[in-house]
Design a protein around this ligand. Sequence first.
Ligand code: HEM
Length: 429
Amino acid sequence: MTTLPIPDHVPEHLVFDFDIYSAPELEREPHRTMVELLQSKKVPPVFFTPRNGGHWIIAGAVEGLDMLRDVERFSSEPQYNANSRKPWTLPNQSDPPEHTEYRRIINPAFVPRTVSGMEEHLTSLCGQMIDDLLPRGECEFVEDFGKKFPVNVFLRMAGAPQSDREQLVELTEQVVRHPERGVREAAGHALGAYVMRSYESRRDKPGEDLLSMVLQGRFQGRALNQEELLGMGLLLFLGGLDTVSSTLSFVMLFLGRNPGHYRQLVQDPTAIGGAVEELIRTYSVASLQRGVRADTEYLGIQFRKNDKMFFMTQVYGLDQRRIEDPLRVDFARTVSPHLGFGAGPHRCIGSHLARTEVRIFLEEWTRRIPAFSVAAGQEIQTRGGHVWSPVALPLVWASDPTSAEHEICPATGRQSLANKQVLPRVAVQ
Ligand code: HEM
């Protein structure tokens, strides 16, 4: 029972004491744990937690989808989000019609045609990084690959030096999931200062990179002011540096524990497209924030102006009211409904890039590594926050893929592990 104050418009049956940064439920298999709490009705799909200044959590997909689309009542503007402090980010913390103009500035960098043009580079970069790991027969995936491949891609897009990678990744991680507010805010300011310095070096001679694009952007016929430049740059770094890395790490956690699923992809690479969607459905990583514009009643619940709302899209693809047998991972599902990239006007602008990165990664990994597993006896810890992620993920594989353990699939000519269960099937199936 919590002793933290509960606002008087929140009924007791909708209160659940849950810290989005440090709840014990988020420390191991957070998706499965949250789904079990929801399915057993121990937690309602919309509930209030007194932690972090007190806010609502929308954990049900049915409720979440409608609320995300209802921008009239549930606003992205920071002024309606009681706990929102500077530095603010853009375009996500704005509502239409302003939002539409901000988003238009960066849209060309993320349209399918631009991303298609990056594929050759992504494939060779990814292949090269796996080749470097291959002879070791093991890696700590989060550090050795997750925080490198997508980050390298983003820094190249942003025109930022690769030598800044470690510093930027650490700051981003602190912003999105550090349990202490002071650390999150300090990291946000440090990242913001980095972004503003990066603009300065482009002012006289803008290039083709993302930050130059923002610098040259127009809003209502004028250049962006300092606060807008900061917000746009900051969100690009937060979106580009952490989300794909966390997604890849969850994908590999699942495949490393489910050799049958992995074998399907090795033997039939055409299954990879469906696998990407199904794995993003099962392992969505990001939460979103909104604020209540004016006192309102919704689904019989009273919301008060400036109530803060947190949308737990991580579990929207696992809502049994939207999908049958949600914890079963099936690469052949005809539809894998999820809201991992959000919904409504703010739907993730980087989703096409993110999907492409995950697909290319799976193509290149399966091409080179016929079988792998999570290192035996390892308990995999995860962290919550705005983007969920495994903390570390030790993986092992046979460093000599021609070893006797592997056989050649007659249909594809690719190698695969000969009917060998590497580890028992656990976790989300
Ligand atoms: C698997 C990877 C990713 C996930 C799960 C993800 C998730 C999301 C979600 C859920 C939103 C909606 C935010 C809201 O409604 O408030 C969003 C928006 C956004 N994302 Fe992503 N994202 C990913 C990758 C990326 C990448 C690679 C970039 C850029 C390099 C990016 C940039 C953005 C931007 C700029 C927005 C704001 C869009 C707007 O407000 O109109 N994301 N993302």
